[in-house]
Design a protein around this ligand. Sequence first.
Ligand SMILES: Nc1ncnc2c1ncn2[C@@H]1O[C@H](COP(=O)(O)OP(=O)(O)OP(=O)(O)O)[C@@H](O)[C@H]1O
Ligand SMILES: [Mg+2]
Length: 311
Amino acid sequence: MIHVQHLTKDYEGFIAVRDVTFDVSEGDIFGFIGPNGAGKTTTIRMLATLIEPTDGAATIGGLSVIDDPDAVRRTIGYMPDYYGVYDGITVEEYLDFFAAAYDIPRRQRRPTIGDVMDLCDLGNLRHKLVEGLSKGMKQRLCLAKTLVHDPKVLILDEPAAGLDPRARIELRALLKELSSMGKTILISSHILTELSDICNTVGIIERGEILATGLVTEISNKLSERSETRGVKIVVLANAAEAEAILTGEGEVVAVHREGRELHVAYQGDDKTVPRLVRRLVMGEIDVCGVTEEREDLETIFMKVTTGQVA
Ligand SMILES: Nc1ncnc2c1ncn2[C@@H]1O[C@H](COP(=O)(O)OP(=O)(O)OP(=O)(O)O)[C@@H](O)[C@H]1O
Ligand SMILES: [Mg+2]
């Protein structure tokens, strides 16, 4: 649905985005993750047809952001990282203004606005002045605004920034609902935990370059293959201290952390290491009742992939 190829943005000699390539399939929630200054907003603004790429190409729903910007704008709902709201108008008038701007016929506008207000939980605020809304309410209003023309694709630049924990949870629920309605969503953030439970795919960007992209599970696999140290949790029926001593004596084992009957083992080895360790335990008369690979969460992956250096 979103197809980005070798996208590059050069700001008079400063390359903010370099050779960025990724794909977002229909119905995906794609987390676009990177530290401050990584190039997220620059990439997103190119996708939203607000700035022109220096090089490369991108299509949304098959439409080129360079050759067909008007059609792209009708296909997407774009929520910028900073936005102004206008003084002296109410929530309902604000949404009506944007619905009119999208050429939604007058008769259809009222039900459409009613729908998006319901979806974004703005019903009670319909007569409130926009300038009097709190940050979280404004955020919901801005999201509602991106939905009035029923776009297939949502491009949201840090929609959760500045929200309190409850508002974040509500936003996540709303995004899940929008996804279940068949929308494709690209959402940027530098806070990983915010996205880890709703995104199925991610792209990690730093200093203008994509460092990893793909399914969350795939990236995790790739990284644990690449990184020297892997983890496994071994649960034993009894004699955990003895099991710990056996494991610690094994050459490939880097560290063992014992918690009750659970042993968290960090090792350097290959796919045969774990079976070998289990065999050693069994030969030592230890009853092994569970072996689980210790998967890394998105946060750990992020810390591993990025060096934290931003130009
Ligand atoms: N108009 C511009 N002219 C020159 N440099 C720019 C311009 N816009 C952005 N940059 C630079 O491009 C780099 C990427 O900025 P961008 O806003 O895309 O980062 P970001 O990932 O969105 O960061 P944040 O998490 O802080 O929003 C930064 O170094 C920034 O200073
Ligand atoms: Mg940004």
